[in-house]
Design a protein around this ligand. Structure first.
Ligand code: TXA
Ligand code: MG
Length: 329
């Protein structure tokens, strides 16, 4: 079906899901750790494998918009509009849940998050399986998401028997989440589909999140975090601080958008793509590589304050919040 995933692999993986086992699979955003969304015991295994608190709900992936009514009890007009424009694709919609959706999936909330992914392996798996696949990003709780099958192995080792290898994911960061369960659609998590694109399709502005929005673990301040302390700053300051830390005998890792690296020992320099799509595509692999470089700090050149960089800035802010800042170097 693709170079590395055969039809037989898909058939086997679908059978494993039916048997209540976990299957890691690629989506166009990041890899997911999937379980049969209608099987509470299977869904519980996802939480155990990730080390994720049980009240953090999962996204249900479906093959086709027509299956929405199996999972949601009310489908507002905005959902049809957004689904038609952006599905299959990197958009998750939160809806009022159907009574049959297990509490394990929704964390006991009255809503459910749903997405139709576009990755050919995800689509083939969903078609072969037939039902909904509950899948969070395939990483241990609070850690950087996986964008390759090797990352999934690094996170879970043998704890996940089946990992479908569809190569590096295309988008590279998690889907945009829009809550359509309330009076007005609300952005819960930015992604590469921007608020402006969504508003253009809806023909009205998205509402600002209320204090009491549904719980989103990606909304925790500390998330997507490498273990090495990570700090963001302007490009000039990156070079300045790198010099000063190296002078103090530290090893420094840098993620910058320029290839003009200073000639210093003990400096690991990763030149990220200058465009937002390319930067997002490489972001988690870059953070992993920098985290593994055995450095005392990761310095990140702050991306531009522009709409297409919103989701990238969000992930970097959380990675920085999770890693303690300068005082931990
Ligand atoms: O791109 C993605 O969305 C990836 C791929 C695998 O589809 N999945 C992903 O899942 O990022 P996860 O679990 O890492 O993040 C999903 C987010 C969580 O922060 C969760 O709290 C939120 O979706 N979520 C799930 N159900 C929700 C609900 N009913 N209301 C509000 N947020 C919800
Ligand atoms: Mg996640």
């Amino acid at each position: 079906m693709t170079d590395s995933v055969s039809d037989l692999d898909i058939t086997r993986a679908a059978a494993q899901l039916k048997a209540g086992e976990l299957v890691a699979f690629p989506t166009e955003t990041v890899y997911g750790l999937g379980a049969d969304a209608s099987n509470t015991d299977a869904v519980r295994k996802v939480f155990v494998a990730k080390g994720r608190p049980a009240d953090h709900p999962l996204i249900v992936h479906i093959a086709d918009t027509v299956q929405l009514s199996n999972w949601a009890r009310e489908i507002p007009h905005a959902v049809h509009t957004l689904a038609q424009k952006f599905w299959p694709g990197p958009l998750t919609l939160v809806l009022k849940r159907h009574p049959n959706v297990p509490d394990a999936v929704t964390g006991g909330q009255d809503t459910v998050a749903i997405r139709v992914p576009s990755h050919p392996v995800a689509r083939a798996l969903l078609r072969a399986f037939g039902g909904g696949i509950a899948a969070p990003s395939a990483n241990r709780f609070g850690r950087v998401s996986s964008t390759t099958a090797a990352h999934v192995r690094e996170e879970f080792g043998d704890a996940v028997a089946c990992v479908l290898d569809g190569g590096a994911t295309d988008v590279g960061i998690e889907s945009t989440i829009v809550d359509c369960s309330g009076a007005a659609p609300t952005l819960l998590r930015p992604g590469m589909i921007t608020p402006q694109q969504i508003e253009a399709v809806l023909g009205k502005p998205l509402a600002a999140p209320q204090a009491k929005t549904p719980r989103v673990s990606g909304m925790l301040d500390k998330h997507y975090a490498p273990q090495t302390p990570l700090m963001q700053m302007e490009g000039d300051l990156v070079v300045e601080l790198a010099h000063s830390l190296v002078r103090q005998g530290k090893h420094v890792a840098v993620l910058a958008r320029t290839k003009l690296q200073p000639l210093l020992d003990n400096l690991t320099w990763v030149a990220a793509p200058v465009d937002a799509a390319g930067y997002a595509h490489d972001l988690y692999a870059n953070l992993r590589a920098l985290d593994h470089a055995g450095c005392d700090a990761i310095l990140v050149e702050q991306p531009p304050d522009e709409a297409e960089w919103l989701a990238i800035r969000d992930r970097l802010n959380r990675a920085a919040a999770g890693s303690g800042g300068t005082e931990t170097i």
